[in-house]
Design a protein around this ligand. Structure first.
Ligand SMILES: Cc1cc2nc3c(=O)[nH]c(=O)nc-3n(C[C@H](O)[C@H](O)[C@H](O)COP(=O)(O)OP(=O)(O)OC[C@H]3O[C@@H](n4cnc5c(N)ncnc54)[C@H](O)[C@@H]3O)c2cc1C
Length: 393
């Protein structure tokens, strides 16, 4: 693995870092308090080309690699995890499945606005009874004759915790639903899952109120209900019955960008704490000159380095078309734990100021918990890694 960034990747990272410092960071506390996704900032990110980074130019994208997306997500997460996850989920869960599995008509309809950040897409997988065990999905979609001799999917059920699903610019939600049953070679019967595109505003599709979350206040998250929702048969995304396999791949890949997000959070905590340790004078000396504080900062730096190397490695495997599932899980595990640990240490270094919501490290402290839960919990990552070791787990 080559850990040196190319000039182009470095330039992108610097550009997004500057944008994060000058545009995102100054407004982060205000939006966090108001619990509102700043659409003007999303629009500026769209103008910078961030939502189109890993997509081919023919789809309106920037034609860059997946690591470039990760670098952008990391740079944003240093100062605001909510903004970073809006990009990470918007691209990895919202746009990627349409680019990868969409028909020419679906791409033509949805991509122009999505890759430019004029619209957001969401991916609805999780349900009340189906989180870690996504195969337990209960939402159903049945095929019925539709108007004018065509046919429709009729969707019934509900989803929860869906990122980017209720913003004023959300255009479409990809929903996983049971479309039938399949009998395996060994005779066992399994649910057949498929993915279906549901445009925002479709009759019977209701977006519930925002959750009162511990963190990620600026990120948009809602429960969704589907009551006799009818969409044209052409809204099937990918092959019938391939929904499960397709979303598992989307999640594997998404974990690399999610790990970049967690790395950015860990890095942001390190930068804030280091700055403070150099200037806060207690007992007649800067607190950073106390060996305990210096060593704490050393550990924080080591965690960031380890997390970054892990996601670079997983991204490099993805780019070279070699198996990356286990490495993506390791990256997600290591980086989310690094973010949590760094947020705790940074808050401690700030003393009382670390307990004020206006302090970015306090926001990281609240925000980082979900890094161990979203896109597969820590236990799910351990399960994947154990299976990679040949254990049944
Ligand atoms: C802010 C936020 C945004 C989200 N965005 C999205 C989104 O855009 N789209 C989407 O589809 N979902 C989204 N999610 C859902 C998220 O992916 C799930 O919450 C997560 O996968 C866990 O599922 P669960 O909450 O049902 O927990 P459960 O699956 O009920 O797990 C409960 C606990 O049991 C543990 N556990 C479960 N199975 C095992 C096992 N076999 N061995 C050991 N421990 C186990 C888990 O690790 C966890 O600690 C989001 C969640 C949050 C909080």
């Amino acid at each position: 693995m080559n850990t040196e960034l190319t000039d182009e990747q470095r330039k992108l990272s610097d550009t997004v870092r500057e944008f994060a410092d000058t545009v995102v960071a100054p407004a982060a506390y205000q939006y966090d308090t108001e619990r509102r996704l700043p659409l003007d900032i999303i629009r500026e990110m769209g103008d910078l080309g961030l939502f189109g980074l890993p997509f081919p130019v023919e789809h309106g994208g920037q034609g860059k690699d997946y690591l470039s997306l990760c670098l952008a997500v990391e740079a944003l997460a240093r100062v605001d995890q909510s903004i970073a996850v809006t990009l990470e989920a918007g691209v990895g869960l919202g746009i990627m499945p349409i680019v990868r599995h969409g028909t020419a008509e679906q791409r033509e309809r949805w991509l122009p606005d999505l890759v430019t950040g004029r619209a957001l897409a969401a991916f609805g997988l999780t349900e009340a009874e189906a989180g870690s065990d996504a195969g337990a999905t209960r939402t159903t979609a049945r095929h019925e004759p539709g108007p004018d001799g065509g046919s429709v999917w009729v969707i019934d059920g509900s989803k929860q915790f869906i990122t980017n699903s209720g913003t004023p610019i959300t255009s479409v939600v990809t929903v996983t639903a049971v479309t039938g049953q399949e009998t395996r070679a060994d005779g066992t019967v399994k649910k057949e899952l498929s993915s279906i595109l549901v445009p925002a505003g479709t009759k019977g599709f209701t977006v519930g109120p925002s959750y009162d979350k511990v963190g990620w206040h600026t990120s948009d998250t809602h429960p969704l209900t589907f009551d006799d929702v009818r969409v044209p048969a052409e809204n099937l995304l990918g092959e019938l019955g391939r929904g499960y396999a397709n979303f598992l791949h989307a999640l594997d890949e998404g974990r690399i960008a999610f790990a970049a997000l967690a790395t950015g959070a860990a890095q942001g905590c390190l930068e804030e704490a280091l700055r403070y340790a150099r200037t806060r004078n207690v007992f007649g000396r800067d607190i950073g000159s106390h060996q305990h504080i210096a060593f704490t900062l050393s550990r924080m730096a080591a965690r960031v380095h380890q997390a970054r190397l892990c996601y670079y490695d997983a991204a490099s495997r993805l780019a070279n078309d070699v198996p990356f599932k286990v490495e993506a899980s390791i990256a997600k595990l290591v980086s989310s734990e690094a973010a949590m640990a760094n947020a705790r240490d940074a808050a401690q270094i700030f003393g009382g100021y670390g307990f004020l919501n206006e302090n970015p490290v306090a926001r990281h402290y609240r925000d980082s918990k979900v890094l161990e839960i979203g896109e597969g919990t820590t236990e799910v990552q351990l399960m994947i890694i154990a299976r990679g070791l040949g254990l049944e787990a």
